[in-house]
Design a binder for this molecule. Structure first.
Ligand SMILES: [Fe+2]
Length: 391
């Protein structure tokens, strides 16, 4: 067994109704709270009012920054952190999907360290931040337990990362009741983000026996529950909230690989939801890793499949079942973009070099080409269109 370090600070509170303890959790960390959330859901669902009253009842002074857009930009973080500094904030409450939580974590760092978010990006490590309470309202990103904040640099047209143990939320409050509000499509998209996290963490070169425990359990639960969760089953959604947190712990230790590295282009240039973008690439990236000795058989066996092809076929079936688009072409990507896509993906070296093997540009291109054609044509030597119609 190889050596490893497993660092996972932060309290995880899981359970229906646990949101009512948010004020109590925040009061242990500070006296002046900034709620960081998106523009609509928190207000329209009534949760924002509940959060504000819970914090006030616990004796906190409350400010609200409800301006986080999907795929939040550096400038949004800078605006939020300026507000935090003006208001003398000492604890940040992130409420929302991965975008709101990532923004909250970055705001907490910049408010503490000063400057702009730009000054604190990877390859730097954030060494200090205000404490964060994270309340996820989707079931995928795992941001509530990770040291990553993924942001958009619009001027460069790229995703950038702020990272450091300091931005791991001090409290992750997971209340499955909030998933009642999720549209099925969002459950499908975020569910595939979580599945990608679990599978990529297992394949990662930084994977350890302990991170694999989390990755394996997360993938098992997601493969079992996602379809029912998309249809609205409450117990399945609760299981997805649990599994996406597990997958978050797995990537917090092991990081992501080429699936994430190749997917950012689709989100930045075509506005494809992050989880859907991962889903579109996942079968072909697994096929590539399988063909180059990249531990996919080991992964398949760990999940109870008889070899990597069965695992890839199961994933393709699940994508079909929950309405993931068939191909990159179906989300508006054209073959003329291939050169640009490959160049863009190669910029995400952090992800590519973290995989079990590092793909050559031609291999990245091949994964994109297969994904452009889609899962109905061919996956791993399996005629998926035939296999799928037979199921
Ligand atoms: Fe992700």
């Amino acid at each position: 067994m190889h050596a490893f370090v497993f660092e996972q600070p932060g309290r995880i509170v899981f359970g229906r109704g646990s949101l009512s303890s948010v004020g109590e959790s925040a009061a242990r960390l500070g006296g002046r709270a900034l709620i960081v959330t998106g523009r609509r859901f928190a207000a329209s669902s009534g949760y924002l009012t509940k959060l504000v009253s819970s914090l006030r009842e616990a004796g906190l002074v409350v400010a609200v920054f409800a301006e986080v857009e999907p795929d939040p930009s550096i400038s949004t973080v800078d605006r939020g952190s300026r507000l935090a500094m003006e208001k003398g904030i000492d604890v940040v409450l992130g409420f929302g999907g991965g975008s709101a939580l990532d923004a909250a974590k970055a705001i907490a760092a910049v408010a503490k360290l000063g400057g702009s978010a730009e000054d604190h990006l990877y390859p730097k490590t954030v060494e200090d931040a205000l404490p964060v309470v994270a309340v996820p309202t989707t079931t995928g990103t795992g941001s509530e337990v990770t040291r990553y904040s993924v942001l958009l640099d619009p001027s460069a047209g790229r995703k950038v990362v702020m990272q450091g143990v300091a931005i791991i939320p001090r409290v992750a409050l997971l209340d499955p009741d909030v998933t009642d509000y999720m549209p099925g499509r969002l459950v499908a998209g975020t569910g595939f983000d979580a599945l990608s996290h679990a599978l990529e963490a297992f394949l990662s070169r930084r994977a350890s026996p302990l991170s694999n425990l989390f990755a394996r359990e997360a993938a098992t639960v997601i493969l079992r529950e996602l379809s029912r969760a998309v249809e609205g089953d409450r117990a399945a959604r609760e299981a997805m909230m649990y599994a996406s947190m597990l997958a978050g712990v797995a990537i917090n230790q092991a990081g992501t690989t080429m699936v994430h590295g190749l997917s950012y282009y689709l989100t930045v240039r075509h506005g494809v939801h992050h989880g859907v973008a991962n889903a579109l690439l996942l079968p072909y990236a697994l096929e590539y890793y399988a063909g180059t000795g990249g531990k996919v058989d080991e992964l398949a066996n760990a999940l109870g499949f008889g070899g990597w092809r069965s695992l890839v076929l199961r994933i393709a079936e699940l994508e079909e079942a929950v309405g993931i688009p068939d191909s990159l072409a179906a989300v508006g990507v054209s073959p003329e973009e291939l050169d640009r896509m490959v160049n863009d993906a190669l910029q995400y070296r952090r992800n590519l070099e973290n995989g079990p093997v590092v793909p050559e540009p031609a291999e990245v291109r091949e994964v994109y080409e297969k994904s452009l054609r889609g899962r109905r044509t061919f996956i791993g030597g399996l005629k998926c269109s035939e296999a799928l119609s037979g199921t």
